[in-house]
Design a protein around this ligand. Structure first.
Ligand code: TYD
Length: 212
């Protein structure tokens, strides 16, 4: 990692992959070896973005138009990049994000059908052309993910979508991870134990940060 610029790591994947747990574990490990770490989630992470999150994810808003959904995720993203992500990277911090631009590519671009190119153009406006240095795809079978999600009791508007929707999400992620030429994606088998997943993530992070 260069001293002038920080390092951006995003966690992506469908429901129940354990992104939130693993981010906390990675933050602790990185902090222990001396990094200044910032943890964020999308949509959310700033006062304004959390307000947008409430609108876009509330189970009450079943009537939300897909176009509104696309633009609200981008609005929340534009705000968090300007307020926190870009300044933190300039200050040399390691930024860990629970979802970012690739969630829009998969959920809105592929599954909702807006197209990857349109969403990437919007992503570039929202992020000022910022791509993650490393994207960890926590992949697991849809049934396992949804079961874990049910057990956690945490259900939002998008969780209520059909199993077929979640299957398309998984396929979408695997497709873009395989197609990516920049080699920023690492797919992790999230059906393994928390400890194994944590270890695999740590290996991938050390390898990538050591190389940059
Ligand atoms: P959250 O509870 O944060 O997700 P999870 O625990 O599943 O990671 O809810 C975020 C939801 O919003 C999730 O279903 C994915 C969806 N989403 C999009 O559709 N597009 C986006 O750009 C982002 C950031 C999230």
């Amino acid at each position: 990692m260069s001293e002038a610029k920080g390092f951006l790591i995003t966690f992506e994947g469908g429901e129940g992959g354990g992104k939130t747990t693993q981010i906390v574990r990675l933050r602790d490990r990185l902090t222990k070896v001396g990094h200044d770490v910032v943890v964020l989630r999308e949509p959310g992470g700033t006062v304004i973005s959390e307000q947008i999150r409430e609108v876009v994810l509330s189970s009450k808003n079943v009537g939300i138009a897909f176009t509104t959904e696309v633009l609200l995720f981008q609005a929340a993203r534009a705000q968090i990049y300007r307020e926190i992500v870009l300044p933190s990277l300039s200050a040399g911090k390691v930024v860990l994000m629970d979802r970012s631009r690739d969630s829009s590519v998969v959920y809105q671009g592929i599954v909702r059908g807006f197209g990857e190119n349109l969403i990437e153009d919007l992503n570039n406006i929202s992020t000022k052309n910022t791509y993650p240095d490393l994207t960890l795809l926590l992949d697991l079978p849809v049934e396992v993910g949804l079961e874990r999600r049910r057990e956690s009791g945490k259900v939002d508007r998008l969780d209520m979508e059909s199993t077929d929707f979640h299957r398309q999400v998984r396929e979408g992620y695997l497709k873009i991870a395989h197609a990516d030429k920049s080699k920023r994606w690492v797919t992790v088998d999230a059906s393994k134990s928390l400890e194994e997943v944590e270890e695999n993530i740590w290996q991938a992070v050390q390898k990538r940060m050591g190389r940059s």
